[in-house]
Design a protein. Structure first.
Length: 112
């Protein structure tokens, strides 16, 4: 029973995202007039129809990811692991820099 409700909810959210994307496309919120193509232009969407489709796909993907608790949990866990690994790498580089400084100081003291 819960799966049917989830599917219906996801369908409603997808329809809402598509409607919002269509509204944005109809209001001229596409590429700026100053020639700056922006993010969508850099992703390869140069024409308004392509921008709409790309926006609709990105919105649908975001709704899917944010609507699925297991997937959201996996993404959060991966993000936290990445953050911890980056911090560990930074600490390791600091230790290596301190070791190099100590070796340089030892070399200077031996030369004097």
């Amino acid at each position: 029973m819960a799966k049917k409700k989830d599917k219906k909810r996801m369908k409603r959210e997808m329809e809402a995202a598509m409607a919002a994307a269509m509204w944005n496309a109809g209001t001229g919120m596409g590429a700026p007039a100053n020639g700056n193509r922006g993010l969508l232009g850099r992703l390869g969407a140069a024409r308004p129809n392509e921008q709409f489709l790309l926006g609709a796909l990105l919105g649908a993907a975001a709704i899917y990811v944010l609507g699925d608790e297991k997937l959201r949990g996996k993404i959060m866990k991966s993000g936290m692991n990445l953050y911890a690994n980056i911090l560990g790498s930074i600490e390791e580089m600091k230790e290596q820099a301190a070791d190099l400084r100590a070796e340089l100081e030892t070399g200077r003291n031996d030369a004097a």
